[in-house]
Design a protein around this ligand. Sequence first.
Ligand SMILES: NC(=O)c1ccc[n+]([C@@H]2O[C@H](COP(=O)([O-])OP(=O)(O)OC[C@H]3O[C@@H](n4cnc5c(N)ncnc54)[C@H](OP(=O)(O)O)[C@@H]3O)[C@@H](O)[C@H]2O)c1
Length: 402
Amino acid sequence: MRAVRHLMHSKWLLCRSNSPSVNTSVSSHVRLFSTSNRCMTIMPAWVIDKYGGNDALRFTRNASFPIIHYPNEVIVRVFAAALNPIDVGMRGGYGSSTLSMKRDPLNIKQTGSEFPLILGRDVSGVVMERGLDVKYFNEGDEVWAAIPPWKQGSLAEFVVLSANEVSHKPKSLSHTEAAAIPYVATTAWSALVNTGGLTKDNCAKKRILILGGSGGVGTFAIQMLKAWGAHVTVTCSQNAEGFVKRLGADHVVDYTAGPVEQPLSALEKFDLILDNVGGDTELWALGLLKPWSGAKYVTLVTPFLQNTDLLGIADGMLQTAATMATKAFKHLVKGVHYRWGFFAPSGPALDEIREIVDAGQIHAVVEETFSFSQVPQAFEKMEKGHARGKTVIQISKGEEDS
Ligand SMILES: NC(=O)c1ccc[n+]([C@@H]2O[C@H](COP(=O)([O-])OP(=O)(O)OC[C@H]3O[C@@H](n4cnc5c(N)ncnc54)[C@H](OP(=O)(O)O)[C@@H]3O)[C@@H](O)[C@H]2O)c1
């Protein structure tokens, strides 16, 4: 690793020292203006220029090199990235209204200014440059992060992030393994900790039900809740039963064997339900909670982005707020809490997750690793579904130098 850091430092310093500079003298004051070397203005990346299917993906060597705009930002050299269902959705335009507003709140830019858009929400790599206010990270630090969907993604050689979104990578994982975790982990953390109110100190013996436990979010949630001492019941298809049990699930119910609510309602009631499935599950799932005990149902499948895509920002947000309030009130009078969970990027959450990972209590679940040239194949694999782990893309051979 030292060799890589040394190489990167020397490369960076070399580029900086090669930068053309202009000496402008005004009386006795000397001011140096410098411009970046050409080699630092472009980078290889997979981009889309319009929303669509896999044919929208285009490889380019000329993607804009990320720039530090704020003093708390870092540029990360990407060693590995991973795909999530949201990448397939975003490729087709899912959430584009809300994400465009987030990128350009004053609506100054033209429609389509998000292109060329780089997908990829997970990154594991090395800090290449840091803003003046960044004290927690040094150039050369190995880091991991989940990238907010309104920012350029990790299917590129470099990505710029707020230092608040970045965390030191677990030492026990390679970059390829580490890239499988941040997006699903911060989503599960946001749903279970921020929205569900669970912590490592209040989880012991709590009964948790995970609907859709064999996917990315579910497999992480099982492992974290088991590390915190909870009793975890999971629904998944029959062929995933052994897999989720190996991850620590205490009880597994096969949703393909018939109406899943029947076997679930025969069990002792739950303190928290994490719903990764959506659809009609909320018609019956809230009845599985312990009433008048503070029990919560947290669903990750919300209509927020669809509403703003269909109705526009103002009407979509209004509709979303009305739906949310109606459902929360309807269930509150029955003694249970109904909540929506959302992905939230968080370096501090990843710091805590790193400790559980390095303690050997959470394992990266990698289904298949693709090379940078195989990004379209990786998307195809994601779309086929029923993967038993994450689809990871190795961007750089950097880790092999360590
Ligand atoms: N709100 C947010 O900010 C946010 C963020 C991230 C993810 N999400 C959403 O959260 C959900 C989970 O994400 P993920 O990354 O874990 O997705 P994923 O990897 O595709 O996993 C979903 C899993 O659900 C299982 N499943 C499908 N139908 C089911 C059913 N009827 N009953 C039980 N299990 C069922 C499948 O398991 P089998 O293969 O065993 O059938 C699949 O492995 C997705 O809908 C995603 O869009 C929301």
